[in-house]
Design a protein around this ligand. Structure first.
Ligand code: 9Z3
Length: 312
């Protein structure tokens, strides 16, 4: 049985920097509320499930945070204010383009003469400049807030705090829940304090079901917002039925389904009325296009329609 979401909060302490993050979220939302822009909360990346309080080991998942980080850039382009709530060390908007050694390979170092200089290689300027321009613009307008989490418990606390701040935006708020949140965890009161010892034999670790936060989120925390959840599967046959059952259970407006191996080229939108696919062809991929461009454009069309209907 999944524990109830309220029990989870009652038995798991907030992360140490929680109050700071809550104030930052509140201040950011109040400032943007005055400007009257649309706002999106994007969750991105995986969550860890610690096996010990003094955590040496944890259960993790595959998510790199590409979906969330890329989508954040497209939402900014469409004029949305963005709260980017992501797993620490997962991909972030803008810097994701220069991950690993890419940035180093774009630079030239000159140590001759009295002053050391670093320049961008001529053939890299066209690659770096547009991303840098978009990054600077977003920073100068203060239109993106970065908040990070690591564990499932951090995620729970921050998601609820963000929702409390977003509720006042009513239908202008969009929740885009792309993080790969663990379905299983070890409750705090069942976790050993110290590192599990191999000398004690094979560990018997009992995982419990994580309560589904979509239920209180949709019905209690942000009842007027446009909520988009993602559904990940590895078996094509169950993707649409599972996505539709999530929509029926939680009564939000849109579930975006994807299959692990094809997630960067195909997704299916499951709405109360129909299903439709957003696909990126091989040719489009080779031309540097990203599926998040199409996903975000379609989500915004639905959000706009939702806002119009909410006025009456
Ligand atoms: C997704 O399905 C995302 O699209 C991915 C993106 C995590 C697949 P990457 O970060 O991958 O770009 O590498 N997110 C939601 C996955 C999820 O756990 N959904 C829950 C479920 O399927 C419901 S909220 O049960």
């Amino acid at each position: 049985m999944a524990s109830h979401w309220e029990d989870f909060y009652a038995t798991h302490l907030p992360p140490p920097d929680f109050e700071d993050n809550r104030s930052i979220l509140k201040e950011f939302c109040e400032r943007h509320k005055k400007i009257g822009q649309r706002i999106v909360l994007i969750t991105s990346g995986g969550t860890t499930v610690p096996l010990e309080h003094n955590t040496v080991r944890f259960v993790d998942n595959f998510s790199a945070g590409t979906r969330g980080a890329a989508s954040a850039e497209y939402f900014l382009e469409h004029g949305y204010t963005v709260i980017f709530m992501h797993r620490l060390k997962s991909l972030e908007p803008f810097t994701r383009h220069f991950n690993g050694q890419k940035l180093m390979d774009m630079l030239e170092l000159d140590e001759r003469g009295p002053n050391t200089s670093i320049t961008v290689k001529p053939d890299s300027v066209d690659v770096l400049a547009p991303v840098l321009a978009r990054y600077k613009h977003a920073q100068e307008c203060g239109r993106i807030l970065y908040i990070n989490f690591t564990t499932i418990s951090d995620y729970f606390w921050l998601l609820r705090a963000a929702c409390e701040c977003l509720a006042t935006f009513e239908s202008s708020a969009l929740l885009y829940l792309a993080a790969a949140v663990s379905d299983f965890y070890v409750p705090s009161n069942e976790m050993p304090t110290h590192k599990i010892q191999s000398g004690s034999g094979v560990p018997n670790i009992q995982l419990q079901l994580v309560p589904k936060l979509l239920a209180p989120l949709v019905s209690l925390w942000v009842p007027q917002a446009f909520v988009v959840s993602f559904k990940l599967e590895t078996d094509e046959h169950i993707l649409i039925p599972k996505a539709r059952s999530a929509l029926n259970n939680y009564k939000h407006k849109l579930v975006i389904g994807n299959i692990l191996q094809t997630r960067s080229s195909r997704v299916v939108f499951v709405t109360p009325d129909n299903n439709y696919e957003v696909v990126l062809t091989r040719e489009q991929q080779l031309n540097g296009m990203e599926i998040e461009d199409g996903i975000v454009s379609n989500v915004i069309i639905s959000h706009t329609e939702f806002m119009k209907n909410s006025k009456y």
